[in-house]
Design a protein around this ligand. Structure first.
Ligand code: PGA
Length: 253
């Protein structure tokens, strides 16, 4: 039976615990690993678990490099809503990573050459309500690489809540492309909450299509999707893809 995707269903607490342990294990076994990181509400619990672990066990990040999926354009990096600020606040300021080893896509060719020289060992992903990964919005060609994009109306309305007024939200961002994401060794996508249930069902059970960028992950050889019970609520576990092949589904708690 070929497995296109592993799906783990559990509580948010268990997901944060398991995903953080996978990252800690990678950092311990490969101290020079390159981590692909995501922002948003979804991975915050994983970062909190990594910080707790670092305080308790002194897990060593001093040779670890990171590349984030995306960053707003035309926003100062020290703006409270920049993804640089998010990462510093949630993770980088609390572990012994060197800030010069932490990277974000920007207007320079740096990230494209960084990715060529430093294959990403593990990519953490969330998923937008419209199926985007990074800021690869619906309709993005699967061949796309790092670039400047215009944000979709869905994304503008999903993320405007983080800004004081909606018009303060940048309309453009730099993002890794889908081809960049597909090149990483291992992918972990996390989705939690009932608002993700519809898009998760389409991503796993529907067609692989640029209209739903995250669906392309089913072509990657090492993807694990962690869902809480709300995000998994619409999956139809009687479908052949679960019972006869394609998706390996596991209830973890
Ligand atoms: P969220 O965003 O974690 O805030 O839900 C995910 C995304 O848009 O990729």
């Amino acid at each position: 039976m070929t497995i296109d995707m592993r799906v783990m269903i559990g509580t948010k607490t268990i997901i944060d615990d398991q995903v953080s342990k996978i990252i800690i294990n990678l950092v311990n076994t490969n101290p020079k690993a390159v981590l692909g990181l995501a922002t948003g509400s979804t991975p915050a619990g994983v970062y909190a678990a990594l910080v707790n672990d670092h305080i308790t066990h002194r897990t060593d990040y001093h040779l670890i490099k990171t590349i984030n999926l995306d960053e707003y354009a035309n926003l100062d990096t020290d703006h409270p809503n920049s993804y640089r600020t998010y990462m510093n606040n949630h993770l980088f300021d609390h572990i012994n990573i060197r800030l010069e080893h932490t990277h974000f896509p920007d207007s320079t060719p740096f990230v494209a050459s960084f990715l060529e020289q430093h294959p990403v060992n593990l990519q953490l992903l969330g998923i937008g309500n419209n199926g985007h990964i990074g800021f690869n919005e619906p309709g993005t060609p699967f061949e796309s690489s790092v670039r400047l994009v215009s944000l979709s109306d869905d994304t503008l309305s999903q993320n405007a809540r983080y800004f004081e007024t909606p018009d303060q939200m940048p309309k453009k961002a730099y993002t890794l492309g889908i081809s960049d994401i597909l090149k990483v060794h291992q992918i972990i996508l996390i989705a939690t909450g009932p608002h993700k249930a519809r898009i998760i069902k389409q991503m796993i059970e529907g067609p692989i299509t640029p209209q739903l960028p995250a669906s392309v992950l089913r072509r990657h050889p090492d993807v694990t999707v962690y869902l809480d019970h709300d995000a998994a609520a619409l999956l139809d576990q009687s479908l052949d893809i679960y019972t006869k092949g394609g998706v390996a589904l596991d209830i973890i708690a």
